[in-house]
Design a protein around this ligand. Structure first.
Ligand code: ADP
Ligand code: MG
Length: 223
């Protein structure tokens, strides 16, 4: 039997906005196997980012069961949650979220649990960024910045990568190359990947495509 990297059962996330309640997640059910590669699609406001934030323990569910690698996240202490997040989860964002005053190498090192510049360089090399160690984000193209961000996400050997519209700011060619990097990480290194995207071409790199609407999974297709 497959181990589950992610298990969501009847998960709700309710935000208070003024006097209103917004159900960003409204009974979301999803189970992903270790080593899976899943694209999440759906209209703006359907809860895709909230889902990634709860999955990555950046946010807590209001109700429901969330397990990462079999561990129920709300039962962990804050410290254990932080450890799980650092050791097992890599995040990639649409706008890269690099520290602008730091070099590529420093950005990657900053996230490292055990500081090891040799290892940081190896991960940057793997992203095709040899020779760019000392560049700051403004000295890099969008595609290069996103590859630094992927290196940062990978540097602690996570079991899962959560990517929120990672190609949203990129042109077609760079978008394709970022998706191919994720595809290779999944295939060669067995990293589980969840990627939110609006782009059907990007989604096609994944093995499964789930569609969200109003805080729920409404459809799931496997290749
Ligand atoms: P998506 O990523 O699919 O565009 P989000 O997860 O960002 O959707 O948002 C889902 C719903 O939750 C939206 O209605 C959004 O306005 C609301 N929402 C998200 N985050 C917050 C927040 N921090 N406070 C209040 N409402 C939020
Ligand atoms: Mg979003």
């Amino acid at each position: 039997m497959n181990n589950h990297v992610l298990e969501f059962r009847n998960v709700w996330k309710t935000y208070h906005v003024g006097d209103d309640l917004v159900n960003a997640l409204a009974g979301l059910d999803l189970t992903l196997d270790e080593g899976s590669f899943t694209a999440v699609m759906g209209p703006s406001g359907s809860g895709k980012s909230t889902f990634l934030h709860v999955a990555g323990i950046l946010d807590t569910p209001t109700m429901g069961l969330c397990r990462i690698n079999g561990m129920e996240t709300i039962k962990l202490s804050t410290k254990e949650q932080a450890r799980l997040r650092r050791n097992e989860i890599g995040f990639i964002f649409q706008r890269f979220n690099l520290m602008s005053q730091l070099t590529s190498l420093e950005n990657v090192m900053l996230s490292m649990i055990e500081k090891d510049s040799q290892k940081a360089k190896e991960v940057l090399d793997k992203m095709g960024l040899e020779g760019k160690y000392n560049k700051r984000p403004t000295q890099l193209s969008g595609g290069e910045q996103q590859r630094v961000a992927i290196a940062r996400a990978l540097v602690n050997n996570p079991s899962i990568i959560l990517a929120d519209e990672p190609t949203g700011e990129l042109d077609t060619k760079n978008a394709k190359s970022i998706m191919q990097i994720l595809r290779d990480l999944n295939q060669n290194d067995g990293v589980s990947i969840v990627v939110v995207t609006h782009n059907p071409d990007a989604a096609n790199f994944a093995d499964e495509i789930v569609h969200m609407s109003d805080g729920k999974i409404v459809n799931m297709t496997s290749k």
